[in-house]
Write a protein that binds this ligand. Structure first.
Ligand code: IVH
Length: 670
């Protein structure tokens, strides 16, 4: 884009580009640019529109940042209620459902089905007139829903205007607003750090975000959308669920990339098993699959029960919640001094993994849930989400249970703890507290930060206890001589550690920013900051108001950053890091194309990189990382305990490589 173009042309082009990027990202799951590049384009558009308000339109991507706060939500009454679904809890119940269908509609009931993951979010209905989003309303009780249009407008995956030249005159689409587990974790961590309400699961957080009176808060919540239901249209003919899913994608509305068409009941059963196996790899929470008769004529013939259709069923996955006992409640001190109560549990298997600790977040949460030490409780573990105590089972109490009390003194340094009024978090104010020192250093060396292999939690504790480390800069003063006298420190591991420490100096800017451990600055925020400032010094010198204005950062985080850099102790550490040669190299924002056209599927556990990292590296090089194996897959990367995907690759004759070979392809000397 050149500046010779008129501002109007530039604005229109930018809008086109941003619409296209949203479509590539949310509908095709195949982005063309990095998030940082997207933000840059958006910022440019915001600036241009600010200078030329006469060109602002209602469907500009800038209108997604959130309108003025509202005072409440209107309620609408639907003629065609949004229904719920009958559940099948196991295979037997599912087969029963399918047999009942055949009994009721005859042999025609042996038909084809569309299967979609059952997304655990919040059901919303969107209305488009002449291609423009005019209303969004929650399901509510099915008939009465709340109008949340202003909030839905901030969801990037919900287009303000449908794609294409001839959108239908009227379109009613139903779907689920939801959140990725990773975004949920990061937001909850921020809420916890800031002493604000933590949410039990992504669904609650989504519901809470959609019901914010201030749409700007909704805008900051990384909500997503997947369409699954056709509520009617004018100007188009749609005859089946599958045709509907194809049409919505054309209109620019995302639907689940995991939806599939199954020719009969056996195919549905295979679909269920495959999704169940891949559940952990799917970035959102799903609690089962929804099976729907494909043809609309047959759906009509099957009809409805009171509140649910007979042509669809939710076949649930086995529970991720189990019962166990709280043996005790300990208190952990985090990097920023927050005291977190942690339940020590009688070990229990949840979703195939043994859980023996679960977070209780803070004092208020314990009170709210009414949990006592010694209680039988439900614990929940969902994918990568940290296990947590859901609720006690009061009927199983025997009178020996005891209430938990937050200690008055920090369990590590004995400083009196503080609880700021209005905040849920209790903190140890002593920044020199050993617990904080250890956590800060551990964070600095962690995988997503400077990634110093060998400098894990145990060793950090040992080094701090031996007074060899007090802050991150001290790591670079460690020598073989200082390490060797430590207990259980072999010469070889000491040598390796020194090498790894040296190599960690070649880090990237986002990693370095993240590593500093500034409150509320997670990896995503660090990446955003690195996209704006070429060097760490630029960030240090940046004005607080300027940082606050960055899309995705905001005033609260900007204040934390300013506070961090104003502290002379932090400045000293940063100066020493710079003297050790740690600069944080800028990373290329536009992806290279080395792996263009190549598709990777990862299965099993990798040792040297996490699956997320591996996928990110592939995407950075222009390749694709997908979840299921097909004949189009270029490589299946098999880690330890690789399962069904490996078998499928072999069946299809797809090349299988191991982790080492994969790293060689990336060209990284790991
Ligand atoms: S179809 C008439 N499809 O599940 C059919 N629902 O228990 C109505 N849900 O309120 C729903 N994923 O919030 C359908 N792929 C999917 C779904 C889905 C999640 C939710 C939805 C609905 C609830 C019904």
């Amino acid at each position: 884009m050149t500046s010779r173009r008129s501002p109007k042309q530039q604005i229109e082009e930018l809008r086109e580009q941003l619409h296209r990027h949203n479509y590539r990202y949310y509908v095709l799951s195949d982005p063309l640019v990095s998030d940082a590049e997207y933000d840059r384009l958006l910022r440019r558009l915001i600036e241009l529109e600010a200078d030329h308000p006469e060109f602002v339109t209602d469907d500009s991507p800038t209108q997604k940042v959130g309108a003025a706060p509202q005072t409440g939500f209107d309620v609408i009454k639907r003629e065609k209620p949004m229904l719920s679904l009958e559940n099948a809890m196991d295979r037997e119940e599912f087969v029963e459902w399918s047999e009942r269908l055949v009994r009721e509609v005859g042999e025609e009931g042996r038909t084809d089905f569309v299967c979609e993951p059952k997304i655990d979010g919040v059901a919303v209905e969107l209305l488009y007139r002449d291609g423009a989003l005019v209303q969004a309303a929650t399901r509510g009780d099915g008939t009465n829903g709340e109008v949340v249009t202003e909030n839905a407008r901030t969801v990037r995956a919900i287009p303000l205007r449908l794609r294409g030249e001839n959108p239908p005159a009227y379109l009613n689409v139903r779907g689920e607003v939801y959140m990725h587990k990773k975004d949920f974790d990061e937001l909850n961590r921020r809420q916890e750090e800031a002493g604000e309400k933590v949410y039990a699961n992504p669904r609650n957080l989504t519901a809470g975000s959609l019901k914010q009176l201030d749409p700007k808060i909704t805008a900051s919540r990384h909500l997503r959308f997947a369409a699954y239901g056709f509520g009617g249209a004018e100007g188009v003919e749609i005859e089946s669920q599958w045709q509907f899913l194809e049409a919505v994608r054309e209109w620019g509305l995302p639907c689940s990339p995991h939806a599939g068409r199954c020719k009969d009941i056996d195919a549905v059963i295979r679909f269920y098993e495959r999704v169940l196996e891949e559940r952990g790899d799917i970035p959102l929470e799903i609690d089962g699959i929804v099976v729907k008769v494909n043809a609309f004529t047959l759906q009509e013939k099957a009809g409805f029960r009171a509140r649910s259709p007979k042509w669809a069923v939710a076949w649930k996955f086995p529970s991720q919640e189990e019962r166990t006992r709280i043996l005790d409640i300990d208190v952990q001190v985090g990097r920023t001094g927050t005291l977190t109560p942690v339940a020590r549990l009688q070990p229990v298997k949840v979703g195939g993994v043994t859980v023996s600790n679960a977070t209780l977040h803070n004092e208020d949460e314990i009170k709210k849930k009414g949990v006592l030490i010694g209680d039988w409780v439900f614990v929940r573990r969902a994918g990568d989400v940290i296990p947590e105590v859901v609720a006690p089972i009061p009927d199983l109490r025997d009178g020996n249970e005891k209430p938990f009390r937050m200690p008055k003194k920090c369990p590590v340094c004995r400083t009196l703890v503080v609880r700021v009024e209005g905040e849920a978090a209790t903190r140890c104010p002593n920044v020199e507290c050993d617990a904080q020192v250890k956590e800060r250093i551990r964070h600095f060396a962690s995988r997503e930060a400077l990634d110093i292999e060998g400098l894990g939690e145990k060793l950090v504790v040992q080094l701090v206890d031996h007074k060899l480390l007090r802050n991150a800069a001290d790591i670079y003063d460690l020598t073989l001589e200082s390490l060797l006298p430590l207990e259980r420190m072999a010469e070889k591991s000491a040598e390796n550690l020194i090498t790894n420490i040296k190599e960690s100096k070649e880090t990237t800017l986002p990693r370095l920013i993240f590593a500093l451990g500034i409150r509320n600055v997670g990896i995503t925020v660090a990446e955003t900051l690195a996209a704006h400032y070429a060097t760490i010094d630029e960030l240090v010198r940046a004005k607080q108001e300027e940082i606050a204005g960055i899309y995705g950062v905001g005033p609260v985080i900007a204040a934390e950053i300013a506070r961090f850099f104003a502290d002379p102790r932090n400045r000293r550490v940063m100066k020493r890091l710079a003297e050790s040669g740690i600069r944080g190299r800028a990373v290329a924002l536009v992806s290279s194309k080395e792996l263009q056209g190549k598709t990777f599927v990862f299965t099993g556990t990798m040792v040297r990189v996490s699956r997320e990292q591996a996928e990110a590296e592939v995407k950075k090089r222009g390749g694709k990382a997908v979840k299921s194996v097909s004949s189009k897959t270029t490589y299946v990367v098999a880690g330890e305990k690789a399962g069904a995907k490996l078998a499928r690759a072999e069946k299809l004759g797809v090349e299988v490589i191991d982790e080492e070979a994969f790293l060689r392809i990336l060209g990284e000397e790991q």
